[in-house]
Structure formats: C-alpha cells, structure tokens
Design a protein around this ligand. Sequence first.
Ligand SMILES: [Ca+2]
Length: 271
Amino acid sequence: MPRLFHLPGSAGSKVPDENLWLQYGFCACVQWAMRSWLLVVVLGGCGFDLRLAAATGDAALDGEGLPISDGSPGTEPVAAFVCPTDAALRACYAFENTTSDGSSSNNDAVATSASYATGRDGSGKALVTTAGTISVGNTTSLDIAAFTIKLWIRANVLPTGGARAGLVDSGGRFRLFVQSDGALRCAITGGTDLTSGTNVVDANAWRRVACTFTGTQMRIYVDGTMVASSNVASTIPTTGGGMVIGHNNPSGENFNGAIDELQLWSSIVAP
Ligand SMILES: [Ca+2]
C-alpha cells in the first residue's frame, strides 16, 4: 500500500507505526477542538458586547451594559435627566434653557430674568437663581399631604449675615432653605421647622438636597445621606399661594447659585 507520508516509526522500522498515526490524529483533533472553542468564546464575547452597544446606543460598555468609565476620578458618565412619568410627581424642572414643568401637572414656572449655567451633569443646563424671581402659580396640584422635595444645588456663596435663601418655597404650604451656616432648613406651615447641623452644604460644589415629609415625620438629606429627622405633628395647609424657586416667598432672599433637576412629589421617593 503506497504511503503518502513517511512518518518515523518504531526503532529499526521503515513502516510507520499505526499507533503513531492514531496518536497524531488524536492530537490534531484535540488541538482543532480547543482552537475552535477559543474562537467561539472570543467571537461570542465580542458579539455580546456589540449587541449591548447596539441595544443601548452607547459606544463603550462594560459587561453589564453600563458605560465604561474613562478612569478619571469624579468623571463617571452621568445619564441625562428625564422627568419620570408618575401622577405623584407634581412638578419637575430639568432647566434645559426653560422653566417649563416636565410633570403632568403643568406647573410651568415664570422667570423674570432667567439665565442658565452648566448643569450638574456637566453638559446640560441649570437655572441660575442669583437674581430675579421664578414663580409657579397657585394650583391644586400643590395641595399635598406628604412630599419629597429634591433638587441639585450649587452655591456661589452661602447666604451672608445669618440670612437664609429659599430653594423651594410655597409659603402657605412647605419650604426648604439653605442658611448662612451651611445648614438646610425644612418646614411646613404651622409646624416646627427642622434644621440640620451646620455645613451640610458648601459653596462651589453640586449637592443633591432633599426634604421628605410623610405626614408625621420630616427628614432632610444631602447626597442621599440623612442629616436631620424629626416628628412633625401638623398637616400641610391647602390654602397656600403659589411656589417660588431659588428665593424666599415673599421676602425675596435669592439663592446665590444654580439649581438643577428640581422635583416635587406628593409621595416619598428616594432622596
Ligand atoms: Ca438640567
């Protein structure tokens, strides 16, 4: 039988060892299988990430479909803010060059001299509240028995001379202030004010501040951490006037800085 290949056989023999043929064949099959398996894993992994990228529109994703950080501290990608669709959301302002309300309550704010700065996400806009007035009319959608007020703030300077500046102020119902000592102060009309410790907010930094009121308990948060809590044995009046943003109602001390992504809920949501 002619041989196409001459393979070394056993010592002293010119005839290939049939067992060696089997060994070579077995090794080749194992190598082919391993290479194929590795190819499937590599291509499969690439395809998985490409499918994720196509599904989310992101150019660079990690294995969980999240944007990949550039590795720089404090520069994680921030998702663009969109007002949620929820009947409990009574007012919502993204402040993208507008004071329009993004909730279904139509509580558009009217600004006497609106100006905008870089938003908290570094690419959008925020409402500058250093001057002028931003007012919302008196509507029944502001008549609520409980609330979450949450917003981002960036003070140029804290109020001076012991003053307080309004962040959200529905004078007859509820209000949230920042004080000259860096404390936050939250209240409902007819109830005892809740004031945090000093220096929970500072100048020249974006802070996410919130006040929640369940109907019996009030809490203040900064960047998701509770900084004050108390029981409040009062109910929110429903005969208040409108609501102002970034200054006091009606005395007028402005918050010297910018406000972004303001939400007013009639329920308790994550601060
Ligand atoms: Ca914004």
